[in-house]
Design a protein around this ligand. Structure first.
Ligand code: NAD
Ligand code: MG
Length: 382
């Protein structure tokens, strides 16, 4: 069980919910790190008194240092600071809750200290899953999933250690705000439309990914790495209610599922308390008697092309995941700035997958290069 925790991305949706869990369970913060929200990080630092507070943005860090001058919280800035927060000797667990590929290097730094990694940052595994898991093995760092689907699968696999008995992993997918729509209806959708998720309140990037279904594609790759499963053995089922968080189907056709209210604080808590379960956390029990019917259906791969592209990249392997992810991060950025349309996200990702050649068995350098090239293709396209 975790006792002292460092959070990479403490001001984000996952970071803030992690702090709620920690407060409820009496866990301490060793280091808190984020990008540039100094006001919130100051509040968090005053409340949780970590030894270290880090902002990647150097200017914001300098400002935070002044604001926290009356405390004994040490303040650092930049990439160096992030790496120090990740590897902080005072923590047993690092919560990887940064968004995007930017989380890769700090996550590796925490792994190299042999810490427990509570991993929310799926982009890290999509880009560099093989490398990350190899290092985790070498350094004895345990990776526990925070993503609700992967947390569910983790729980459904517990007690069934013989992976040969697993027929399929089944990831549930809410379908997002545009469920049931066809391509022509999605032509004019705006940033605001895409940011309305039916069941979850999350950061902007993952909310757009949930609207394009790229999020589910990234999660298929995340599951491949975490559970060492080929893409053919991972299925996606639409489940609008987000009550069943995912399932495992065994060779005898038995299916195990994990259920709960749609509340990230539950998978976050289990990643922190594993192998134990403890009462007193902030999530609410699921009221089965009043939660209504649960429905299931097939994803529409024609309309939601991002999912199809991700499955293709998963089959290609090598740096294809990094290309897909880098292109998607850049395209979602452009969409959020109002510079491209919703359907252009998939177009640009497809273009990058087409133009940047995948490298097999990539080293970290190859992955960073694939990411850079993919972003370039997306930004240069018109
Ligand atoms: P968010 O945008 O709300 O928060 C991101 C956090 O990362 C912020 O604290 C931000 O300051 C920090 N950050 C971003 N770029 C940084 C940089 N370059 N350097 C340092 N810090 C940086 O995002 P989120 O919704 O909390 O998602 C975080 C991760 O968790 C993503 O990978 C997402 O896919 C995954 N995830 C989120 C949810 C959810 O419910 N929010 C669920 C499952 C998985
Ligand atoms: Mg998820």
């Amino acid at each position: 069980m975790s006792k002292r925790i460092s959070i990479l991305g403490s001001t984000g949706s996952i970071g803030r919910q992690t702090l709620e869990v920690m407060e409820a369970l009496g866990m301490e913060a060793a280091a808190l790190a984020a990008h540039s929200n100094g006001k919130l990080l100051e509040e968090q630092a005053r409340r949780f008194r970590p030894e270290l507070a880090v902002l990647a943005d150097e200017k914001a860090a300098a400002d935070l240092r002044v604001r926290l001058a009356d405390t004994n919280v040490r303040v650092l800035g930049g990439t160096e600071g992030l790496m120090e927060a990740a590897a902080h000797p005072g923590s047993d667990t690092a919560v990887a809750a940064m968004v995007g590929m930017a989380g890769l290097r700090p996550t590796l730094a925490a792994i190299r200290e042999g810490k427990r990694i509570a991993l929310a940052n799926k982009e890290t595994l999509v880009c560099a899953g093989t490398l990350v898991l190899e290092e985790a093995k070498d350094y004895g760092a345990q990776i526990l999933p925070v993503d609700s689907e992967h947390g569910a699968i983790f729980q459904c696999l517990e007690g069934n250690r013989n992976r040969g008995e697993v027929k399929r992993l089944i990831l549930t997918c809410s379908g997002g705000p545009f469920y049931g729509k066809k391509r022509r209806e999605l032509q004019g959708v705006t940033r605001e439309d895409a940011l309305q998720h039916p069941n979850w309140s999350m950061g902007a990037k993952i909310t757009v990914d949930s609207a394009t279904l790229m999020n589910k594609g990234l999660e298929v790759m995340e599951a491949m790495h975490l559970y060492q499963m080929p893409v053919e053995k991972i299925a996606v089922v639409i489940h609008r209610e987000s009550i069943i968080h995912s399932l495992v189907e065994y060779c005898d056709n038995a299916m195990l599922a994990q259920l709960g209210t749609p509340d990230m604080r539950l998978p976050i808590q289990y990643a922190l308390t594993w192998p134990r379960r403890v009462p007193g956390g902030p999530s609410q029990p699921l009221d089965l008697w009043h939660c209504g019917p649960l429905t299931f259906g097939e994803p529409d791969l024609e309309t939601f092309r991002c999912l199809t592209l991700a499955l293709e990249a998963a089959r290609t392997g090598g740096t294809a995941g990094a290309v897909l992810n880098g292109a998607n991060e850049a395209a979602v950025g452009l969409f959020l700035e109002g510079r491209i349309g919703f359907l252009d996200i998939a177009e640009r990702v497809a273009l990058a997958l087409d133009q940047v050649k995948a490298v097999e068995n990539p080293a970290l350098q190859d992955i960073l290069e694939a990411d850079r090239e993919a972003r370039q293709v997306v930004l240069a396209a018109r």
